[in-house]
Design a protein around this ligand. Structure first.
Ligand SMILES: [Fe+2]
Length: 746
């Protein structure tokens, strides 16, 4: 647990509105808070340097602290479950981390001083019924990896006996699995009114990793064979006291009891639903087509949804605060942290015709990303630069990013913003950049180069977030003449992608200033983006892949994966789309002949150097140049408009650059190196008087600050932005030359 940390309840807030900060200080020690407006979040002394302005306000100063609970792990709480007399309990499970040395709870019921627990440990199934009078314990034979298991527990009041049985489902080519049975004799204590947790103990520890399906409780002591046979057959057993069929409520955190008493429950920490169940046949890929084949919930010990911390501080934004990026700095004697957030204009567009759209959905999907790139050398550099040094690697208790896998190898599919995200901070670097001026920034810290640049050039700009666009749609974007993205707007909901498309269509000016953008689809939780779901179905460069039969989101039943595979490639939105990825390195661009096109004369204004064959972006704070790391190309076959101009091309030479998986069908590359490992700086007009400028490189904006923002790339960008912010419609290029098959590099 960090000495001090926290999160906000929203990414953005308007003047007059309140934002709440959920803060936890270790041991409940007092902490100090200080609010600032952020201009440059990069601490690298060889760049513009970390820059902020104090914003004195009512929450500056000392505060009493509280330590707030961190209880990762998904589970299901049934707040009331009354049990009486003899009973028979059965469930189906698929453990996915049997190698764990820790006990993994399947079910824990407590009523008064009587407790019933069912768990796996040491590859065996265990049960314990305890009361002040003593305990009955039983354990069964070995459970093997990789399969489904039916389990039954019978409390026989008359016989004074606890029976525990389990039987794996048959595996291919293996003998029919044997039932193993264990018994413990002794009086069954009276049970009565109680509550139950599935997949963890009631004190929220000893979590289960794996899938649970259709837990059921029947009145009376049924023979265990009948109980187990009924798990995989169609027999309906008598005397149902409770039966939770997880087919109901996929897409919610509700579990429904189909028994007579309605002992419904709530999931905690967003376990994964819409996963293939014990009877998944492979004939269906979409869970809505055969919900009964998706009756499981996959629980993990490190799932994190809403940490549910109490609000510690609340700030109503003063009316005079300009739109921008802000951060609440927190400090105790032991450590420090900061919580960034955006202040929007009270009326969108009133402060500026230009908006920076921060890719907060991508920040969230990447939130808490432990990875090898975060080395001790990077940490010592961060210390030397006075930056934050805490990383997600050292604090997995706040959950993982959707780039990680759980301990059982399954990808993390759901990410929440209701938890600290230690790698989405200001005054932070993200990796060791070994180029001479390199900062090693990513995400938010990188995106502030745009804020710093605009502020220094005196170009007014408001800041908005993906979360705002999701909620408000194209109407929000239309309040601006021009909208800029950050460095990596990779993840989009149907709503955010649709709003951007409608904005461009309707005459908006859009500057896509990143790489690998508009790539994956994500889906919000019940319409709200505090949690989003991602199914990495089929193609795409990815750190894990959706499992068979699990390409459809639980949250809304829609198909997941690449927007390209959903018929909406990034090229069709912004002219360029993902082509290649390599190390965190970048190289220069060269102008093509298209830079001379009269349609883009505005770009060349005052820039004699903007001519075919001339290079720019030779230096940068992100990998040592402007074209690099993850890069995009124009491709008419994928939707780049025929009239798009590719005015500059970057061709990274580093051998680490490889084609995107989705382009690669055989062992061969899908084209020559120059076809594939390229970043195309692209411009096109829309029929509604709008225009799009796309750079197709994650490193591009890292080249802006070079020489105090006085470089060819920065001046070109200023020309473009000033024209894009001018409401004069871009004429439709009647005589537009089509994109040549290959750009000629003079
Ligand atoms: Fe990415």
């Amino acid at each position: 647990m960090l000495p001090i940390t926290g999160y906000v309840d929203r990414w953005s807030v308007k003047p007059g509105e309140a934002i709440r900060f959920m803060i936890s200080s270790r041991g409940g020690v007092p902490y100090h808070a200080r609010l600032a407006r952020i201009f440059c979040a990069d601490p690298n002394p060889r760049g513009p340097g970390y820059r902020e302005a104090a914003m004195p306000c009512g929450i500056d100063g000392p505060h009493a602290g509280i330590e707030q609970p961190v209880r990762p792990g998904s589970r299901a709480l049934v707040p009331r479950l009354d049990l009486a007399g003899s009973l028979s309990l059965a469930l189906t499970l698929r453990p996915t981390l049997l190698s764990s040395p820790r006990p993994q709870t399947l079910l824990h019921w407590q009523g008064g001083r009587v407790s019933l627990r069912l768990w796996i440990g040491q590859r065996r199934l265990h049960a314990e019924l305890s009361s002040p009078a003593g305990a009955l314990r039983a354990e069964t034979g070995l459970i093997l990896d990789g399969g489904w298991v039916d389990a039954a527990l019978v409390l026989d009041d008359e016989a004074g006996c606890l029976r525990l049985a389990c039987r794996p489902r048959p595996l291919p080519y293996s003998p029919a699995p044997r039932l193993t049975l264990a018994e413990a004799n002794g009086p069954i204590p009276p049970l009565g009114r109680g509550r139950m947790m599935l997949a963890a103990t009631l004190d929220r520890t000893a979590h289960f990793n794996g899938r649970l399906e259709r837990p059921a409780i029947h009145d009376g002591a049924l023979p265990v064979e009948i109980l187990l046979d009924a798990r995989s057959g169609s027999t309906r057993l008598p005397g149902v006291r409770a039966l939770w069929d997880f087919v109901e409520g996929i897409g919610t955190e509700r579990i429904t009891d189909f028994g007579p008493h309605g002992f419904h429950g709530e999931l905690e920490n967003l376990p994964t639903r819409a996963v293939a169940g014990a009877v998944w046949s492979g004939r269906h890929q979409r869970w809505t087509d055969a919900p009964e084949e998706y009756a499981s919930i996959h629980f993990h010990e490190n799932d994190v949804g809403d940490l549910g911390w109490l609000p510690s501080l609340s700030l109503t934004i003063p009316p005079e605060w300009p739109s921008g990026l802000y951060a609440l700095h927190l400090e105790t004697a032991e450590g420090r942290d900061n919580i960034p957030f955006v202040v929007r204009a009270a009326e969108a567009g009133a402060q500026a015709p230009v908006a920076l759209l921060l890719p907060t959905l991508t920040y969230q999907v990447y939130g808490q990303y432990p990875r090898q790139a975060v080395t001790e050398a990077a940490a010592s550099r961060a210390r030397a630069w006075g930056a934050l040094t805490e990383t997600a690697d050292r604090h997995p208790e706040y959950g993982l990013s959707a780039y990680n896998t759980h301990a059982d190898g399954r990808g993390v599919t759901i990410t929440s913003m209701r938890r600290p995200m230690l790698d989405k901070r200001v005054n932070q670097i993200h990796r060791l950049d070994e180029t001479p001026e390199g900062s090693g920034t990513y995400w938010l810290a990188a995106d502030t180069y745009l804020l710093d640049w605009l502020d220094r050039r005196g170009i007014p700009c408001e800041v908005i977030t993906d979360h705002d666009v999701h909620a408000e749609g194209v109407g929000l974007l239309r309040r601006y003449t021009a909208v800029l993205t950050g460095q990596h707007p990779e993840y989009h909901t149907e709503e955010t992608r649709g709003a951007i498309a409608a904005f461009i269509e309707g005459g908006g000016r859009f500057l896509y200033l990143g790489g690998n953008g508009f790539y994956w689809k994500i889906v919000p939780f019940q319409g709200e983006t505090w949690a989003v779901e991602l199914r990495r179905a089929e193609g795409g460069i990815r750190t894990w892949a959706a499992e068979p039969g699990e390409g459809y989101h639980a949250f809304d039943g829609s198909y997941g994966g690449l927007w390209r595979r959903l018929g909406k490639p990034p090229q069709a939105l912004v002219g360029v789309g993902f082509s290649s990825q390599g190390d965190y390195r970048a190289e220069p661009y060269r102008f093509t002949d298209a830079i001379q096109d009269p349609r883009i004369a505005f770009m060349r204004q005052g820039l004699e150097e903007a001519a075919p064959g001339i290079s720019f972006g030779e230096r940068g704070l992100m990998g040592g140049g402007a074209a690099g790391h993850e890069i995009d190309r124009a491709d008419r076959s994928l939707g780049t408009p025929a009239h798009a101009l590719v005015l500059a091309v970057g061709l990274p030479q580093h051998p680490s650059f490889e084609p995107a998986n989705e382009d690669r069908l055989t062992q061969e590359w899908p084209g020559t190196r120059e076809d594939v490992v390229r970043s195309d700086v692209t411009f096109f007009e829309s029929a509604g008087g709008g225009a799009v400028f796309s750079v197709g490189s994650m490193s591009f904006i890292g080249a802006l600050p070079i020489d105090n923002y006085e470089n060819l790339l920065a001046r070109l960008m200023e020309n473009i932005l000033r024209r894009f912010a001018d409401p004069t419609p871009f004429p439709w290029p009647e005589t537009a030359s089509a994109l040549p098959e290959k750009e000629t590099l003079s």
